[in-house]
Design a protein around this ligand. Structure first.
Ligand code: FAD
Length: 501
């Protein structure tokens, strides 16, 4: 990994790189969103400095700045498409590092409604540290990108341009040292994740606070690794057992990864926390609605103890709606919106935002738009909204989950009942077309209108013979079109996957 020295420490290294004034960008945070942002920025700035608080190892390794990296991560098609665009051959890199090839293997989905088994298309199972390391290696090979590891951004540098505030860099501190230095840049991108200090920094700068939406999920994961003996290597592929949260039933997932290991997670929302005590882990697996996970684990050898992760809440900071937003500043990834991890959306949304940033950097007229950064945050908001809305609708079905935000209660209730109808038809009725639509919208591959648009609702309702139910949802004289318009947020064209490929 290349490292850069700070100005004052070794000016010659920076001069050597022949950085012209205004052509440096800084990215705060070197996790997935930061790496993707840095790669995109490298096409537009002479020098990109990624400031990362952790010391990074030159191998896949867990690290304190990404505490969720002990837990399973999967990518949606949207995210995979972006990775292939930015880092062609990334999947082959993963497989070469021993990632588990899922293509053609069976996925077992067991839910209270039905059990399904279907073959995987192109997909791979790997730990989160391996995924990040494969991408980081690619980023590190970019001549314009430098990673300042073991350093923390402690505040933003600013300047008033007329009556407008501009961010002009970041104050950076070496972790083990009390001195801080100023690092100037034409653009600062905050990719410091769900614990980002950006809301506090903005307030200190007099920009006010974002009108943060909060989904109180009270979710917890407990993840344990198991070694799969050579003799059983091809017997088990991914298993997902979904409990009914309204009955306080937990869920569990089993997924082979690199190194002959499998990740197993038991999770629950609404305050139903799975055990991290090793003696209680397998008994908890046996209490899931189906014995398959417990039966598999009984044949495997555990590696280490279970580790927990709690997600008390998910947050959306609608930065694009702030009246004051400094020029020279962007936020990306979990720093804007942290999702409920069970839907596996975070990296894919960050990837779509990075691509949107690339588009915006290329557009004519950028230089003449004094609010370019704010307008780009608004474009990120359009990418985020369908994913955020999907998790709010889905999670509010669970007792113990609450929401503070702007989405309409009427729309949410309608969608929950409608989704139950869709799920029953897809899973119990074996309607794979509806199953595909449902998974496509949840996986950000299809726009919400594919399932919740007027035409789609009519198709689903007639297919499921639920005309009487639909009739009851509408006020006297109200058309379905009006109802949907009033009850749903506006999902702009371009706010979903297709537009971000
Ligand atoms: C339990 C769990 C499971 C998940 N599963 C999935 C999944 O299956 N699929 C999926 O797509 N997403 C998943 N996510 C979300 C995913 O982890 C994030 O969306 C993804 O890592 C992108 O986040 P990020 O890069 O914005 O922030 P993070 O990954 O949180 O990284 C922030 C980085 O910034 C650094 N940093 C923080 N502050 C500073 C500072 N001041 N100065 C310098 N560096 C700083 C940190 O050290 C860290 O490297 C999951 C999340 C959780 C909690």
């Amino acid at each position: 990994m290349k490292e850069v020295s700070l100005p004052g420490e070794s000016e010659d290294r920076l001069t050597e790189s022949n950085v012209k004034a205004g052509s440096r960008a800084i990215v705060i945070g070197g996790s997935m969103a930061g790496l993707l942002a840095a790669k995109v920025l490298s096409g537009h700035y002479g020098e990109i400095i990624v400031i990362e608080r952790d010391e990074l190892q030159d191998r896949p390794a867990n690290r304190p700045g990404v505490p969720q990296d002990h837990h399973p991560h999967r990518l949606q098609h949207l995210g995979k498409g972006v990775l292939e665009t930015l880092f062609p051959g990334w999947r082959e890199d993963l497989l070469a590092q021993g990632a588990y090839e899922r293509e053609g293997k069976e996925m077992h989905l067991i839910s209270p409604l039905a059990s399904l088994q279907f073959p995987y298309e192109k997909d791979e199972g790997c730990s989160r540290p391996l995924l990040e390391w494969v991408i980081r290696r690619r980023v590190a090979a970019e001549p314009r990108i430098q990673v300042l590891q073991g350093h923390e951004a402690v505040s933003l540098l600013t300047r008033k341009k007329g009556n407008k505030l501009a961010v002009t860099g970041a104050k950076v501190k070496e972790k083990r040292c009390s001195d801080s230095r100023d690092l100037e840049a034409a653009l600062v991108v905050d990719a410091s994740g769900r614990y980002s200090r950006l809301p506090a920094w903005l307030e200190e700068l007099g920009c006010g606070k974002p009108d943060t939406e909060i989904l109180h999920t009270r979710l917890a994961y407990s993840t344990r690794y198991y070694r799969i003996p050579e003799s059983l290597k091809d017997r088990y592929s991914t298993v997902l057992i979904e409990g009914d949260p309204s009955l306080a039933e937990g869920s569990g997932v089993f997924s082979p990864i690199e190194g002959g290991l499998a990740e197993t997670t038991i999770y629950g929302a609404g305050g139903h926390y799975p055990p991290v005590d090793p003696a209680r882990y397998e008994p908890a697996a046996a209490k899931l609605i189906h014995p398959m996970l417990a039966e598999i684990l009984a044949q495997l050898e555990p590696v280490g103890n279970p580790r927990g992760f709690r997600v008390p809440e998910c947050r959306l900071n609608p930065y694009g709606a702030m009246p004051e937003w400094p020029s020279g500043l962007l936020a990306i990834g979990d720093s804007i919106c942290s999702f409920d991890p069970i839907y596996g959306q975070g990296i894919s949304v960050a990837a779509a935002e990075a691509m949107e940033m690339g588009k915006a950097l290329q557009e004519a007229g950028r230089e003449s738009d004094p609010r370019w950064e704010l307008h780009l945050q608004q474009r990120f908001g359009k990418i985020i909204l369908p994913a955020w809305w999907t998790i709010v609708v889905a999670d509010l079905r669970w007792p113990g989950v609450t929401y503070e935000g702007s989405l309409s209660g009427r729309g949410i209730r309608f969608c929950q009942e409608y989704l139950d109808i869709v799920r029953r038809q897809a899973l119990q009725g074996g309607d794979m077309e509806l199953f595909g639509l449902m998974m496509g919208v949840q996986g950000l591959d299809l726009p919400p209108s594919a399932l919740f648009g007027e035409e789609a609702v009519r198709m689903v309702v007639s297919r499921c013979k639920q005309e009487a139910w639909l009739e009851k949802q509408l006020d006297d004289g109200e058309t379905l079109g009006c109802f949907l318009e009033r009850s749903f947020p506006v999902f702009h064209p371009g706010s979903h996957a297709e537009a971000n490929r």
